[in-house]
Design a protein around this ligand. Structure first.
Ligand code: FCB
Length: 426
């Protein structure tokens, strides 16, 4: 659907989005499917006790009091997760009932290529059924090829640190696109490369817990090469749109008059927001923006946020930031999709306001020329939040992890109204 600013009617209270806007939510395979065998599932087994122990020193008192599950090692084992692998039909019915017209999910590489070079037809068949189920419900699929997990054979030889990573990833992407490409218009190659670079290779807190600047730089290069190679591979067989999901942080200097704060900001902005885009220049059909963070940088790299409102994870809620990152993307003259934005809010007391306020700022960016064509709330379901486990509740739909019962949260209904109307009322 072409971008048509004239479609955006505006009066004081009702803000319309462009015709054909994609409204939906996002998930990723490892976080919802259950039953995965990959580098993360292995790492969880070896680290769950430690993570449960360390929670005592990591979280604030209010978080510890509210979420005692964090002290249970079981919290850190993805296990059956939401059993979405078997219940996707039911979950997509929910998304449809909530007026979504698009859905983002990821394909699990370790299922498709459990052994090097051996592709599993049955698992491809599974994802073919997943796409069919979405299409039957008029949900446009946005498909991520790599949402952080690696097949074990690949992890063993260094995962994204291996210089052949781009070759392996390109081959996998080509296979998947050949098998499923006729029904897919949007591919997202890699999810948030900078999150992995920072957490797995610089801070050393995620698998494989490397703590090396050199490794981090290597992975930067290899993941960008992987994106580029998948971009080319997909385009040899299909006209689909290809992009990567970029975590974009809104940076400000703590002190606007401090040269040091401003210099530190430039460095953070370069490595955080810009470098991967530079390395994949001319190989993006669209930009996929993911917004969670605002950082007021105090030299050297401290975040001094005001933190007036927080999520359950202690992340600052700062809706205006999404406007700035979208304005920054405008210069690329490419369509923009917001492929993630959301919060952990177990009580569901802040989610509706969070969504509306972010959308208010998205709308302002659109009015000022940013070609935003879709918004995907993170996440459709509560799910496995990586090294933090199951206690953070991001879902529009609540999961009871004992019974796996799904329950629509009130905020999901408020978002459904927006999706159905294609406007927000402020
Ligand atoms: C993003 C990840 C996603 C989820 C959200 C909360 O950085 O892409 O998998 O963990 O954060």
């Amino acid at each position: 659907m072409p971008f048509a600013p004239t479609n955006i009617l505006m009066n004081k209270k009702t803000l319309h989005f462009p015709a054909g806007f994609f409204w939906g939510s996002a998930t990723s395979a490892h976080q919802v499917e259950g039953g995965n065998v990959n580098d993360w599932s292995e790492w969880e087994k070896g680290n769950s006790e430690r993570l449960a122990r360390e929670a005592k020193n990591y979280w604030q008192d209010w978080q510890k009091a509210k979420f005692p599950e964090m002290f249970n090692p079981r919290n850190y084992i993805s296990g059956k997760a939401c059993d979405h692998y078997n219940r996707y039909e039911e979950d997509f019915e929910l998304a449809k009932s909530l007026n979504h017209n698009a859905h983002r999910f990821s394909i699990e590489w370790s299922r498709i290529e459990p052994e090097e070079g051996k592709f599993n037809e049955k698992e491809i068949g599974h994802y073919r059924d997943v796409i069919k189920s979405l299409r039957e419900k008029n949900l446009e699929p946005f498909i991520t090829l790599w949402h952080w997990t690696n097949p074990l054979w690949l992890a063993k030889i260094g995962g994204p640190e291996n210089k052949k990573f781009a070759y392996y990833f390109g081959r996998y992407a080509k296979f998947v696109a050949e098998q499923l490409g006729d029904s897919v218009n949007f591919w997202i190659t890699v999810n948030e490369p900078t999150s992995v670079i920072a957490n797995s290779y610089a801070r050393g807190i995620w698998p494989p817990q490397r703590k090396s600047f050199l490794s981090a730089l290597k992975v930067y290069k290899n993941l960008a090469a992987a994106h580029n190679s998948a971009f080319d591979a997909i385009h040899t067989i299909s006209k689909a749109n290809v992009g990567f999901a970029n975590l974009l942080t809104f940076y400000e200097p703590y002190d606007k008059n401090s040269i040091l704060d401003k210099a530190a900001l430039k460095v953070a902005e370069y490595f955080g927001n810009k470098k991967f885009l530079n390395l994949t220049k001319n190989k993006n059909d669209f930009l996929a923006a993911q917004y969670y963070f605002h950082h007021r940088i105090k030299f050297p790299f401290k975040n001094k946020n005001e933190n007036k409102a927080l999520t359950d994870m202690g992340w600052e809620i700062y809706p205006r930031g999404i406007y700035h990152i979208l304005k920054e993307l405008k210069k690329f003259n490419l369509p923009i999709y917001i492929t993630e934005n959301g919060l952990a809010d177990a009580e569901d007391s802040r989610r509706e306001k969070f969504i509306k306020e972010h959308l208010y700022w998205v709308h302002k960016a659109i009015r000022e020329g940013a070609d935003v064509r879709g918004y995907f709330y993170w996440s459709l379901l509560d799910n496995f939040e990586w090294d933090k486990g199951f206690w953070p509740r991001f879902g529009l739909v609540e999961i009871d992890y004992e019974t796996l019962e799904r329950k629509i949260r009130p905020s999901a209904r408020a978002y459904a109204e927006i999706c159905g109307n294609n406007y927000i009322k402020m």
